[in-house]
Design a binder for this molecule. Structure first.
Ligand code: FAD
Length: 471
């Protein structure tokens, strides 16, 4: 290991309490990469990710600031780590980097039950936080499938979305206050207020910055009373377009069901085989709120039912919805899939209503044309008055790691190209990381990418924060 790295580690050990700087083989190996599907493929061959130089586990904002000061002085790359569930290769530190593991900054600091605001440290696990809120009769309303394996800091850093976002909003809608440690160790604090008109919203700079602009050390989040009334149903629909039309009508009619999930025929059959022996389109609808809102929820579900029937839908009752609710947080293992000779990934993008049908056609057609791809499919899960996301899934077949890599890269390239060709956004909520990096300049444009680079240069002039990610 180079002397400069050893000197930095010595400086860190001197500045921090005992036990914060960790260098045992097992810990270093466990902090090599996130949950990126391509890295799982590469790890089976000669391009396995190396261990980082050192892992540091701070317990306070002051300790994070000390780490950032020392790393900046020694020009050592720093890569924040939440819980490593990112799926785009945003966390891939390399052999010369310091991993800033926020797992010991995992406390719920305060709950203001009058204003419905929680203050938390970034390393808090999503499911632990939600369980604690539920015990107080509250919820955040943010339910990513990865809620049990991801942190609150990671949610902000990747600009995450939960499965109930159509009612509660995405993570950026929930953040009221933020504390961030910048490269060099200065601390930026944005206090929790319901709203302010004090120039550009600095918090939004860091939401989605993927560890490249600062380290999030404290978050204030808006809460909701925990819902105690749910209504919903599942509907078989004659076409994908019919499902899109129902979704658009509801959103533009002012309704906000928590869940509106539209599956194409392939995905309905794959995930709901009991009800779909033959491929057909499926819409899941779930409304929720307080018992005192029951009448409003009934009206919302009634409106959804009417819209579905008008499109030629067939009612399936609640069972497929309950089936999804019971399995929705299952985390698949890349290793199991790859060992079975399957290369699988999901790619989430978003489009306006005008573009969404052509986008689905172009992406699924382009993916299906790739040699080795068995299935190309999609579902929508986050709806807006202006449009919707599409979660594309590809399943390829190959046992040779080089062939698996070819299929993986080709499916992503086809999806990114078709998405840009339709004027849609290349990322709805997983972020850019490394997998989408080469396409980002085309979405942001030259001036957009230069602006992002200028912000990076101003906040992190020595480029120590998560180099190689995002930009
Ligand atoms: C099975 C599965 C299902 C998923 N479902 C969803 C879903 O429904 N919705 C969704 O949005 N995402 C989903 N994801 C993606 C992933 O869980 C999210 O991106 C999550 O927000 C990452 O959180 P993390 O704590 O694991 O972050 P990590 O993977 O540890 O880090 C992600 C990025 O954030 C940076 N970072 C982490 N903490 C901080 C911090 N405190 N300050 C600054 N930067 C930081 C890291 O450097 C890295 O660049 C899913 C992933 C899996 C594996």
């Amino acid at each position: 290991m180079a002397n400069t790295i050893l000197n930095t580690i010595a400086a860190l050990e001197e500045a921090l309490p005992a036990g914060r700087v960790v260098r045992d083989e097992e810990t270093l190996r466990s902090r090599r990469h996130d949950y990126w599907g391509l890295q799982a493929v590469l790890d089976r061959g000669p391009s396995a990710a190396p261990s980082p130089a050192v892992v540091v586990r701070p317990q306070s904002t002051d300790e994070v600031a000390s780490v950032m000061r020392i790393a900046d002085q020694h020009r050592m790359p720093v890569v924040p780590f939440g819980l490593g569930s990112g799926v785009c290769g945003a966390f891939l530190p390399g052999s010369e980097a310091l991993v800033l593991d926020l797992g010991q900054m995992d406390r719920l600091l305060d709950v203001d039950e009058k204003s419905l605001i929680a203050s938390v440290q970034p390393g808090l696990r999503g499911s632990t936080f939600e369980a604690d809120l539920n015990a107080r009769g509250l919820t955040l309303g943010h339910f990513p499938q990865s809620i049990g394996v991801s942190s609150l800091g990671g949610w902000l850093a990747t600009r995450a979305s939960g499965q109930f976002s159509t009612r509660y909003g995405n993570i950026e809608n929930m953040v009221l206050g933020l504390e961030v440690v910048l490269a060099g160790g200065r601390v930026l604090r944005c206090g929790a207020t319901p709203r302010s008109s004090t120039g550009p919203d600095l918090k939004q700079l860091f939401i989605g910055s993927e560890g490249t602009l600062g380290v999030i050390t404290k978050i204030d989040l808006a809460l909701w009373p925990r819902p105690d009334c749910q209504q919903g149903f599942a509907m078989r629909l004659p076409s994908w377009e019919a499902g899109l039309e129902v979704t658009r009508e509801l959103l533009q009619g002012g309704y906000r069901p928590a869940v509106l999930r539209l599956y194409d025929g392939i995905e309905a059959q794959r995930n709901f085989a009991e009800w779909f022996p033959e491929p057909a389109h499926l819409l899941l609808v779930l409304s929720e709120g307080q018992e005192s809102m029951r009448h409003g929820l009934e009206l919302e579900v009634e409106a959804a039912l009417t819209a579905c029937l008008a499109q030629g839908g067939t009612q399936l009752g609640r069972e497929p919805l309950d089936h999804w609710l019971g399995r929705r947080n299952h985390v698949p293992s890349w290793d199991d899939l790859l060992a079975a000779g399957l290369v699988v990934d999901t790619i989430e993008v978003s489009a306006t209503w005008r573009n969404v049908a052509p986008l689905y056609e172009r992406v699924t057609t382009a993916m299906a044309a790739i040699p080795g791809i068995l299935q190309a499919s999609g579902h929508t899960s986050h709806a807006y008055t202006s449009g919707v996301n599409i979660y594309f899934t590809f399943v390829g077949q190959a046992t040779d790691p080089l062939e698996q890599e070819r299929i993986y890269r080709a499916a992503w390239a086809a999806t990114m190209e078709a998405t840009l060709g339709c004027g849609a956004s290349i990322a709805h909520h997983h972020g850019i990381g490394r997998v989408r990096r080469e396409w980002l300049p085309r979405e942001l444009g030259d001036t957009g990418i230069e602006t992002l680079r200028a912000v990076k240069a101003a906040l992190d002039p020595n480029g120590i924060l998560n180099p190689g990610c995002l930009i």
